[in-house]
Design a protein around this ligand. Structure first.
Ligand SMILES: Cc1ncc(COP(=O)(O)O)c(C=O)c1O
Length: 348
């Protein structure tokens, strides 16, 4: 059975027009957990996993993942943005699902090995493209009861990607959802597969209604903004505050914590984490979604109870959002000085 078409040669890729699509690149990292320990793991060319029908990932959602990017700088170097934060977050996700975390230092080493092995596929500087990395862990082996697996697979694969939201740095509209993405004391803080399975239907309904994605409200009261699709939400106030929701059921976005820091230290804004009530959007002059895939995606307006609340503009990015975008992407692509420890070079 053939599931995967091999990626085209790097020289044949149209870097300017990359989407966010799976590609079977030449190399990925693969490690196994058996008899109570992880093996060393290594690079492999086979992108197909052969696993038991009794794998807990298939039945009971013992599956978590990460997402991060490698960036090509002006000098042709390749660098990673805070990969240690992804390793730490995956550790937490594993703890939540009773999975054995892959050691954090080895996680970062493995990411670098995958980038180096697929270096031809890191898009050239200036195209806006990046190499997206997807670390993934699943419970495998013969199981049937609702118990954690005894065996696990950890893999990291990669693909070159362009902008996540089709419009790039132009605004799109979001709609609020009747559905919740996470329960108040559930798994919303963890990057686990089940959270995303449950988000497919609301996402599909939003797309069919003409919106780019869903604004999820807090699951307990449905009065406060929690997430913007698979990204965190931010709003800018006229008092120069960078505001983002605080809640135990949203994913702790690495982009969010980075922007809270940059808003304060690079842009002189006041960083605020707190309640963002859906019936009080007038306080914001600009709004956006932030995440590794989305980078910073300006939100034109949010539909709530049949009204569209427009922030800055439905067609143009606001000045503060643009500055945040330029600062963050400047750091990621090596054009703006990064705070200590944020950037890790990949030795080629
Ligand atoms: C639900 C959700 N929220 C927020 C984010 C943004 O997190 P990060 O900035 O770490 O990519 C992601 C993507 O990882 C996500 O899936």
């Amino acid at each position: 059975m053939v599931f995967l078409a091999k990626a085209p040669a790097a020289s044949e890729i149209d870097w300017q027009n990359l989407g966010f699509n799976y590609m079977d690149l030449p190399y990925r990292f693969l490690a196994h957990y058996q008899d109570g320990k992880w093996d060393e793991g290594g690079l492999t060319e086979d992108g197909t996993l052969h696993i038991s029908e009794g794998s807990t990932a298939l039945h009971y959602g013992q599956a978590d993942f990460e997402g991060l990017k490698a960036y090509r700088t002006k000098d042709g170097d390749i660098q990673l943005f805070r990969p240690d934060r992804n390793a730490a977050r995956m550790h937490k996700s594993c703890e939540r699902l009773l999975m054995p975390a892959f050691p954090e230092d080895k996680f970062v080493e493995a990411v670098k090995a995958v980038v180096k092995a697929n270096a031809d596929y890191v898009p050239p500087y200036g195209t806006g493209g990046t190499l997206y990395l997807r670390p993934l862990m699943i419970g495998v082996g013969g199981n049937i009861g609702v118990h954690p697996a005894q065996e696990y697979i950890f893999t990291i694969f990669a693909m070159p990607v362009g902008a996540y939201y089709k419009g790039g740095v132009t605004p799109t509209n979001f709609t609020t959802s009747y559905y919740d993405r996470a329960a108040p004391h559930g798994t919303g803080q963890s990057k686990v597969g089940g959270n995303y399975g449950g988000s497919l239907l609301p996402g599909d309904e939003a797309h069919k209604a003409g919106y780019s994605d869903v604004i999820y409200l807090d699951p307990a009261t449905h009065t406060k903004i929690e997430e913007a699709g698979s990204a965190n939400f931010f709003g800018i106030t006229k008092d120069n505050e960078f505001v983002t929701p605080k809640s135990d059921s949203i994913l702790p976005s690495i982009t969010k914590y980075s922007l809270l820091y940059l808003a304060e230290h690079n842009l002189g804004m006041k960083p605020v984490q707190g309640d963002v009530f859906i019936d009080n959007l007038d306080r914001f002059t600009e709004a956006g979604a932030m995440g590794t895939a989305a980078v910073i995606a300006p939100i034109g307006g949010i539909e709530y109870q049949d009204n569209l609340h427009v922030f800055y503009s439905e067609t143009e990015v606001g000045p503060v959002t643009q500055k945040l975008y330029d600062t963050l992407t400047g750091i990621q692509f090596g054009d703006v000085e990064a705070p200590e420890g944020w950037i890790q070079k990949v030795e080629l």
